[in-house]
Design a protein around this ligand. Sequence first.
Ligand code: ADP
Length: 850
Amino acid sequence: MSSNSGIQIPSRLPLLCTHDGVLLPGSTMRISVDTARNMQLVKSRLLKGTSLKSTIIGVIPNTRDPEHDSDELPSLHSIGTAGLAVQVVGSNWPKPHYTLLITGLCRFRVTQPLRERPFPVAEVEQLDKLEQYTEGDQADGELGELSKRFYQAAVQLVGMLDMSVPVVAKLRRLLDSLPRETLPDVLASMIRTSNKEKLQVLDAVDLEERFKKALPLLTRQIEGLKLLQKTRKLRPDDDKRVLAIRKGGVFPGRQFSLDEEAEDEDGDDTAMLEKKVKAAAMPDAALRVCLKELKRLKKMPQSMPEYALTRNYLEMMVELPWSKSTTDCLDIRAARVLLDNDHYAMEKLKRRVLEYLAVRQLKSTLKGPILCFVGPPGVGKTSVGRSIARTLGREFHRIALGGVCDQSDIRGHRRTYVGSMPGRIINGLKTVGVNNPVFLLDEVDKLGKSLQGDPAAALLEVLDPEQNHNFTDHYLNVPFDLSQVLFIATANSTATIPPALLDRMEVLQVPGYTQEEKVEIAHRHLIPHQLEQHGLTPQQLQIPQDTTKDIISKYTREAGVRSLERKIGAICRAVAVKVAEGHKVSRAESPTEQHAVSHERSLNLSDQNTENKEEDSGIASPPEMPIVIDHIALKDILGPPIFEMEVSERLTLPGVAIGLAWTPLGGEIMFVEASRMEGEGQLTLTGQLGDVMKESAHLAISWLRSNAKTYLLTNGSADPLEGTDIHLHFPAGAVTKDGPSAGVTIVTCLASLLSGRLVRSDVAMTGEITLRGLVLPVGGIKDKVLAAHRANLKRVIIPKRNEKDLEEIPAHVRADLDFVFASTLDEVLNAAFDGGFPTAVSHPQVVSKL
Ligand code: ADP
């Protein structure tokens, strides 16, 4: 402690009374502070003081337990150790307390207590003259002899420890550089000694006596170690556990003790972990890190927070499937059958998936593109992903990315954070337990961005086949090979997928279903699945095709089949109740009538029928089987229809036209309304329109004004807008709309308003317009056409240049619809009105009604 040689402790010291552990000069100790007086000392002295002097306090050992700490100060031990508070940590759990890290400087004797409150302060006398020590090296006589013996014993002890441990090596060097007089204190605090023995060393103010007291303790430790090593030799594999010395000095209580039992338990635990690490078959880099961490773990006291962190880390590492994989059992013919069995329709998607699988079969290294299924919700994207895993015989894991806005969700937190953990990719691998699962990255288009970094950027590395064999999670901090993982992504729209990410993926569009397809899907998959889920059998419940059509058109309006599945589920629940309480429901008709009825409407759930049944409810018999759901039962279970076909209704006024819009949820039909009133030629637009849509409206008005004469819209004067204000509204007013494709609809709607003629109520249209009256192509034709078909419209006007897009549309839908391919607005207007739209040139005989 030569560095302390100049320190003179203050003559007045605040006193910290401890009851567990004895601080000796030259050692460092953690003291937990929770009694009122000690807390006061910490608060008003240590936390407020700014000078070095204010961090020196007197530590008085062996006072009474704080439980019995009463108002009056107990009698104090007269000798204590002045210590330097190196660190103060406060916590509120389980009760408010501080933990002090104190380094002992020298002994002192309490000469005169000065005050007791709020914390004791006393006049003290410094006992160890620190300066003397440096000169005292050459002490001779009995003291010299004693110190020499003590030094030799200390060297022997250190020699018995594992020198490869850095602390031990450091101690060995310290033994030579430390003044010999300090050795009894330093070693007594390091070796296994009881508090009583330490107290004896503390009380030995005389140096000679101190050596005499400490020497037997040291010899005892040496003997103990010898014994331990002898037994360890019999078990050579864990001889490294003999570690009596810990960095930073001594910790009180059990933590320091070489208590055999506790050490053994600890040792067994780490030995087990070591075995697991070796068995985990991890790559060299990871193994090296694990062994290093394991070595650190062995040297750490269990109470250290880092112990748990390191342990968790190691456990994570051994649980990861570094080289565990399933064998692919790919048979393309079987895969085709399985995909067909699982999913109706979606031919294009299934074909592409099969191609992908076939390539995989021919070339087993998986450096192909990452598939991304894009389409409205409920069209089976996730379930195709699951089928792919099944055809390959691989594990399946879904990672929901919707709303993820922190890149550590993907890549994990660094281990320095409390509660840090690996990202979802590594966690997923741990869950499935093999390194070649199918990972479904759900909703990649809903990734967010925040201050915590961009998760999409983190995904880039995951999804890049060139990079992902070296994916480094921040928590693991060693690369993990992801190249065997088959990634499939799903999204509702490509618009919000970051371009760099989109570039890594092959986009496969999964469009919505037509009504016929939905009926098929319902009968092949959804109904059997729901029946099974509700514990029903087809003998108990039948849903005829007409009912399914009703559910689709009156109770759902969606591109996929998710709410259809929910509605079928609702029917199953209602029927399950009836079946479960079956004995109460009795036959309504006589046995002879029964047979015929059972095919049509054996159990009618309407009120009227239940009334009938009430009459003979005394007869305990099951409901008649099967229960067939007809439209009355449907209304009874699902309530009145949610969606009515409002098309014909809404087109009874001039100034309404039906447009087709594309949304991430599929196509939609959209009514555009216009009205006119007296004014000064103002145009009002409502319905949350974006800039492009507003421009379309202005374009439409300009075109109509410039062509008013041709179409006989002049209203007497040269300008149809003279003395007139026009209001255009796009319903679903709360939904933001934008895009140029409503152009033709606005023109038609305004032409109808200005001419006073009705637009055909079975026509829907889409197309961008120009000032010259040309119709330009737009996107999303397939979804839009399906929406028109769903709404039972008969004629669809689309831009001529979109004609090629019709190929994707199922033949029966095409057959149901009458397509008009327009390249000019003239063609649009002619197709939208019954009998065409009159122009001054072509139909001079028709006079404007205005
Ligand atoms: P998404 O992931 O596209 O939102 P899901 O894969 O979750 O949709 O599908 C919703 C439900 O619809 C699932 O129960 C699925 O089995 C069913 N489904 C969707 N499309 C089909 C189909 N073509 N054939 C059979 N079932 C389908």
